[in-house]
Write a protein that binds this ligand. Structure first.
Ligand code: CXF
Ligand code: ZN
Length: 368
């Protein structure tokens, strides 16, 4: 079928919204009519070339919609089902899926391979095969994806809110709850209040943290953070240290989560300096491919027993956790409406990313 999509043809250029040809679903694939797609920073990392994948590529990896057609071998969903797209698929069979780490599913290798699961491409434009961000490509009203990339959700959940749970919300919430192992009474610091940071605050609140400090240089984001669970705010990691010392009587944070738009090796030292003995520094932010080295004080590890943890998808099991998080949304435990700052048409996508870079959005969202 013919549809439109936001395509990236070369690093550094804008998203080009244009007509593309979308193949019918293969045996293990489904076609989803998307309701909404979140504007996550990671797509912009590809646009700038900080994350290098095969181009041309349809962007977008944070979407939800309704299954419209399924391939002959699909057993897990049917036409009419509401689904969230997961930015890492879950095969259910590999070692990682089988041991409760499906965020690390071996099929995740396809995120960097550039072809779809099973090989080849489902989108074509200007006579060329087109890849898809995270084997999804949600910057389009329609996408054809492998059935391992979708999870069915209840019909009454608004799909625009559900879209955010396909990446940012699960990543942030899981960073506080699973990777950070936040416990009742803990002190948690969240550095960077975008989609991931806003969800990390809410994960920390859910887990019963006593003090939650949100760090962001943008004043209105600090205000918003106070509505999403933060008890204290600061402009920078440096400015946070003194109030944190005071709050915790010198003990510092049990959990510090780095969710800034562009992670740098130089962030890790200041992050670790906010962490208490036996505490955890969690890094979920995406780093440019050329930013490889971090510098650590060995005494932080071996004398103070601080831990530095990386994270993908919040250490969650998205097929189980996405419906769970949406149930928490239904109960009012997770606020998603408040995370959507502005909505855009697909044609306005470049404006959406410009707004993100100017600090105007917690999450921008494309509605189809
Ligand atoms: C990213 C992680 C690195 C690969 C692209 C997707 N995650 C979410 O935004
Ligand atoms: Zn993302």
């Amino acid at each position: 079928m013919k549809t439109k999509a936001a395509v990236l043809w070369e690093y550094g250029s804008d998203w080009s919204v244009e007509e593309v040809e979308l193949d019918d679903p293969g045996p293990h694939e489904v076609r989803v009519k998307l309701a909404a797609s979140g504007l996550c920073h990671s797509d912009d990392h590809v646009r700038t070339g900080d994350l290098q994948v095969r181009l041309p590529m349809v962007g977008g990896h944070e979407g939800a919609g309704v299954v419209e057609a399924v391939g002959s071998a699909v057993t897990t969903v049917k036409p009419g089902d509401h689904v969230v797209l997961m930015f890492v698929p879950a095969c259910g069979r590999c070692r990682w899926c089988a041991t409760g780490h499906s965020n690390l599913c071996d099929l995740g290798a396809y995120l960097m391979i550039g072809e779809e699961i099973g090989g080849g491409f489902r989108i074509h434009a200007r006579g060329q095969d087109v890849s898809t961000m995270c084997i999804l490509g949600t910057f389009s009203p329609y996408c054809v994806v492998h059935e391992t990339s979708v999870v069915k959700i209840d019909d009454d959940i608004p799909l625009d809110k559900a879209a955010l749970v396909g990446c940012g919300v699960t990543t942030g919430w899981g960073s506080a709850v699973y990777l950070g192992e936040t416990r009742p009474g803990d002190t948690v610091v969240v550095v960077g209040i975008g989609g991931i940071g806003a969800a990390a605050l809410q994960g920390a609140r859910h887990a019963g943290a006593k003090y939650i400090m949100a760090i962001d240089p943008v004043p209105w984001k600090r205000e918003m953070a106070l509505k999403l669970g933060a008890t204290h705010v600061a402009e920078s990691m440096e400015a946070a240290l003194e109030p944190l010392v005071e709050l915790t009587r010198g003990q510092l944070a049990d959990v510090a989560i780095l969710t800034v738009g562009v992670a740098r090796g130089a962030h890790i030292g200041p992050l670790m300096s906010l962490v208490a003995k036996n505490g955890r520094a969690v890094v979920t932010a995406v780093a440019p491919h050329y930013e490889e080295q971090v510098s650590l004080k060995l005494h932080d590890l071996t004398f103070f027993q601080k831990q530095l943890r990386g994270g993908l998808f919040g250490g969650a099991n998205p097929r189980a956790d996405i419906p769970k998080l949406l149930e928490l949304y239904r109960k009012g435990d997770i606020l998603l409406d408040e995370m959507i700052t502005r909505t855009y048409t697909l044609e306005e996508i470049n404006q959406g990313y410009a707004d993100m870079m100017e600090g105007k959005n917690i999450r921008g969202l494309i509605r189809f």
